[in-house]
Design a protein. Structure first.
Length: 252
């Protein structure tokens, strides 16, 4: 049985002081957990301070992005080696906002996944279709391509986490029904079985993301192939985020 994950993506929010306060509250809120993984992904500016805040706790640190070179003349970028050095265990790669606003392609995602693994980071690789693509009934084609291209050249998937985030549900208040989400998660796991075998696919955590709240997570997490959540806006409020974690812990 896979270990569930709840990851909070804070996006471009919180000053250092706000980030430390939120991380502290979450750290104490999950101190009694006996299972599962809780991950926080603050902005780059708060990574070091949050790393110090959650040290020796049940909370792991993630970055929201990285570049695919270890060092060099790449102004404004942050390398996987730097993230590992600052205390990150995970890094989010290929989020739909990166694809939309910064024009990241599947090839960029693939380079980042491989470089993250080489640096000892665990990538949380995001995939998902837009509203237009869903209306055209090409969800499987889009998600299948993103999974296969993102994992091209990856030999072992044991340190990779997949996050299915239907783009039409991110920050919109729309949520995939449990059946819709399960259908895509099952499809993703089937692809992983073809690429890496039944055992590796079964042990890979596939998270759901897209307007996740404490109110809707219970039905989603009850689905067989949903192993946790990548949470956006709801991760910025202590009570809301802890509510999501509590409801997942009760179901998984």
């Amino acid at each position: 049985m896979t270990t569930w994950i709840v990851a909070g993506n804070w996006k471009m929010n919180n000053t250092i002081a706000e980030a430390v306060a939120l991380a502290n509250a979450i750290k104490y809120g999950v101190a009694s957990l006996k299972k599962g993984e809780v991950i926080l992904a603050p902005p780059f500016t708060s990574l070091h301070s949050v790393a110090q805040t959650i040290k020796h706790s049940r909370v792991a640190l993630a970055a929201q992005n990285m570049f695919y070179e270890d060092k060099g003349a790449f102004t404004g970028e942050v390398s996987p080696v730097m993230l590992k050095d600052i205390g990150c265990a995970y890094v989010i790669i290929g989020h739909s906002e990166r694809r939309k606003y910064f024009h990241e392609k599947d090839a960029d995602v693939n380079l980042k996944v491989q470089k993250a693994l080489a640096a000892g980071l665990k990538p949380i690789m995001c995939v998902g279709e837009t509203d237009e693509e869903r209306e055209k009934n090409v969800t499987r084609a889009v998600v299948g391509r993103q999974v296969k291209e993102g994992l091209r050249g990856v030999e072992k998937i044991n340190n990779v986490v997949i996050a299915y985030e239907p783009v039409w549900a991110i920050g919109t208040g729309k949520v995939a029904t449990p059946a819709q989400a399960q259908e895509v998660h099952f499809f993703i796991r089937a692809i992983l079985k073809d690429l890496f075998g039944d055992g590796a696919a079964g042990n890979t955590r596939i998270l759901y993301g897209g307007s996740v709240t404490a109110d809707n997570i219970s039905e989603l997490i009850a689905m067989e192939d949903i192993d946790g959540a990548l949470v956006g806006g709801a991760s910025l409020k202590t009570d809301g985020f802890l509510g999501i974690i509590k409801n997942i812990a009760e179901k998984k």
